[in-house]
Design a protein around this ligand. Structure first.
Ligand SMILES: Cc1cc2nc3c(=O)[nH]c(=O)nc-3n(C[C@H](O)[C@H](O)[C@H](O)COP(=O)(O)O)c2cc1C
Length: 235
């Protein structure tokens, strides 16, 4: 089971997210030990899932992007608390959870919360390696006249973090446009339902990595949204 204090921290983090964003994220916990909070396809998980967050929000592109941005913020926070997480939008039983969904809203995805087994079982290892085979090369994420190696370190690290981060079925749809010291996040494809969720996730991954490099900033919402620095210099 997950420690009560850890769960309380997650609950508070979700409250702040909802107050800030207008989203309707909800923490769902398993009732008893050995029982999962959500039923997921066995191919991807081993062991019980103690809790999950249901990512509920309105059914439009901006809400989808916010689901990605704030969902990934929850993932990074949970990871810091020592939990294992996974985005699951498709391969779970929707009837096994009952979050409150208002009119005009939908459950975009769930994020599972628990502890990963010490060793990844062979089956899951092989499935993951198969999915990650479609990884793009770092240079393929960049649209710029500047070569990847010539970029400032914070932009390189930001792109690396997008590559390492999750996207739905590993489609990796977000490119980084770099020109005259400015950064934008651009969708190179928009042909699937979760593409704006993936845009929000990629922006959050970039922001977290840039921040680690001492460049604190945030993206404007939307496809092509610019990275706005809050403090520090570009170079
Ligand atoms: C929005 C979103 C939805 C996802 N839905 C599922 C899903 O339904 N089932 C699943 O097993 N994995 C799902 N994933 C996990 C991705 O397949 C996985 O994160 C990606 O392929 C990269 O693998 P990694 O995160 O293990 O490195 C989802 C990821 C995202 C970002």
């Amino acid at each position: 089971m997950i420690d009560g204090e850890v769960l309380e921290n997650i609950r508070r983090h979700i409250e702040v997210i909802n107050d800030t964003s207008g989203l309707n994220f909800q923490l769902l916990c398993a009732g008893e030990p050995g029982i999962s909070a959500v039923k997921v396809a066995k191919t991807m998980f081993s062991g019980p899932i103690y809790a999950c967050a249901a990512l509920v929000g309105r059914n439009d592109n901006l809400s989808a992007e916010k689901v990605g941005m704030y969902g990934e913020s929850l993932v990074l926070y949970a990871t810091k608390l020592g939990l294992g997480t996974c985005w699951v939008a498709g391969t779970y039983d929707a009837n096994s959870i009952s979050p409150k969904v208002e009119e005009g809203e939908k459950v975009w995805s769930v994020i599972t919360l628990g502890y990963a087994t010490e060793k990844t079982p062979l089956r899951q290892k092989m499935i993951r390696a198969g999915i990650r085979k479609s990884d793009r090369r770092l240079e393929q994420f960049l649209e710029s006249e500047t070569a990847y190696e010539e970029l400032p370190a914070w932009v390189q690290k930001g792109i690396e973090a997008i590559l390492l981060g999750p996207s739905a079925v590993n489609r990796q749809p977000v490119n980084i446009v770099y020109s005259d010291g400015n950064v934008c996040a651009r969708l190179r494809r928009t042909d699937y339902e979760l593409v704006y969720v993936d845009l929000g996730i990629a922006k959050k991954q970039f922001m977290a990595a840039a921040c680690d490099q001492g460049v604190d900033g945030t993206f404007e919402w939307g496809d092509g949204g610019r990275f706005i620095q809050l403090v520090g210099n570009l170079e």
